[in-house]
Design a protein around this ligand. Structure first.
Ligand code: F6R
Length: 393
């Protein structure tokens, strides 16, 4: 039943091209129009929307964070993303013209369900993005877009995340098309590019041997923390990479917006033992890293073609952490040569438009976390203390 994979998680990682294709199937017309009639929101409903909230937990929250960049850019409607467990306690401003998008793989997450009930009480329209037919969250929502990712057995969410991204993009593009936007050409281009994602994910999967190897190496690392940095949509990808590492490898990990490094987190970077002595630090390596390895920092680099300025800024961030002794693991597009001098380990992903990059940059982080967990002898499918669906608040 695991199709020859050692773990369900690995099977589900491998299924991602198909899962994303299944989410898109039948929802893009011949002329590129997004067809979401099944969702039961009329064009007029969508034209009336003046604010979007995306509410979810964990990995599904990270999908929402990515979606915000796309939805605001394409539709110019303000979009906020909020953790479901915080949402209703904050007394958010909601009314009939607010669209609340709740994202849940299981459709049973209690925090998300309570947030959705709160939104409905305030008369907001609720659209669920969900993977589980007939579960509670879609049943109680006004509208639903199923992700069709197929059952996800491993506790750690992988294919659900990528299919949630696909579904969020469909919603954003549909909103943009219905309302008419100044970026009409870009929207049309993205519709085409979205359909190329399954093939790109396939390409990433084919090149994962070095990442598995890196995972086996990092499994012995006694580093007190592993940092993930990204910018723009790479920031939620960094958060997701850190979450996967925490839940599977039981390592402390944290994701940061790369621009925030200098505002505090850079103090966490410790170099290898020898360097620390030179810089006046104690001779023994407090970070616990093997000699020659500083704090691992995983860097998600945006496309140099898209937002060039951001690309250059993250390259300087990588340079900065490396100068302080970090062991840099860089995820960058093919052809991006600017990162080469600063990458201790370089993982290549196919060229992808900026907003869609999370489809390809997330995959190596999933593979890495699973490889470390496996090498450490953990149960990859059932990490300690966790349940697949969290039905308590
Ligand atoms: C992480 C993970 C969790 C879930 C979260 C929300 O790998 O699986 O963080 O993403 O519990 O679950 P759903 O999407 O079912 O509401």
């Amino acid at each position: 039943e695991k199709d020859g994979h050692a773990w369900f998680m690995l099977k589900e990682i491998a299924e991602q091209p198909q899962a994303v294709a299944d989410t898109l199937r039948g929802r893009i017309g011949e002329t590129g129009e997004i067809m979401l009639d099944e969702v039961r929101l009329t064009d007029q409903d969508l034209r009336d929307v003046d604010k979007v909230f995306i509410v979810s937990c964990g990995t599904s929250y990270h999908a929402g964070l990515v979606a915000k960049y796309a939805i605001e850019h394409w539709t110019r409607i303000p979009c906020e993303v909020e953790l479901a467990s915080e949402f209703r306690y904050r007394d958010p401003v909601l009314d009939r013209s607010t669209l609340v998008v709740v994202i849940s793989q299981s459709g049973e997450t209690m925090d998300t369900l309570m947030a959705l009930r709160h939104a409905k009480e305030q008369k907001a329209r609720v659209l669920a993005i969900c993977n589980t037919n007939g579960s509670t969250i879609p049943r109680e929502s006004d509208a639903v877009l199923y992700t069709h990712g197929g059952p996800e057995i491993a506790v750690a969410s992988t294919k659900a995340f990528l299919t949630q991204l696909a579904a969020c993009f469909l919603v954003g593009l549909h909103l943009a098309q219905v309302r008419g936007v100044k970026y009409a050409d870009e929207v049309a281009a993205v519709v085409a590019q979205l359909q190329e994602m399954p093939a790109k994910i396939e390409k990433v999967l084919a090149g994962m041997d070095p990442v598995r190897e890196l995972g086996r190496e990092l499994a012995d690392n006694k580093a007190s923390t592993v940092l993930f940095i990204g910018r723009h949509v790479g920031y939620p990808v960094a958060l997701e990479g850190a979450l996967k590492l925490k839940e599977l490898a039981y390592m402390h990990a944290e994701g940061f917006a790369a621009g925030e490094l200098k505002h505090g987190p850079i103090a966490l970077i410790a170099g290898p033992a020898g360097d620390r002595q030179q810089s006046g630090g104690p001779a023994d390596d407090e970070s616990g890293n093997p000699v020659g390895h500083g704090t691992p920092v995983i860097c998600i680099v945006p496309s140099p073609a898209g937002r060039g300025l951001l690309h250059d800024k993250i390259v300087s961030n990588i340079q900065e952490v490396r100068a302080r002794g970090a062991h840099t693991i860089v995820i960058a597009e093919e052809g991006d040569d600017a990162v080469i001098p600063y990458a201790d380990v370089l993982v290549r992903v196919p060229r992808t438009p900026t907003l869609l990059a999370p489809f390809v940059t997330t995959v190596p982080l999933q593979v890495l976390a699973a490889a470390i967990a496996d090498a450490r002898g953990h149960d990859v499918d059932q990490p300690r203390n966790l349940a697949k669906s969290v039905t308590v608040e």
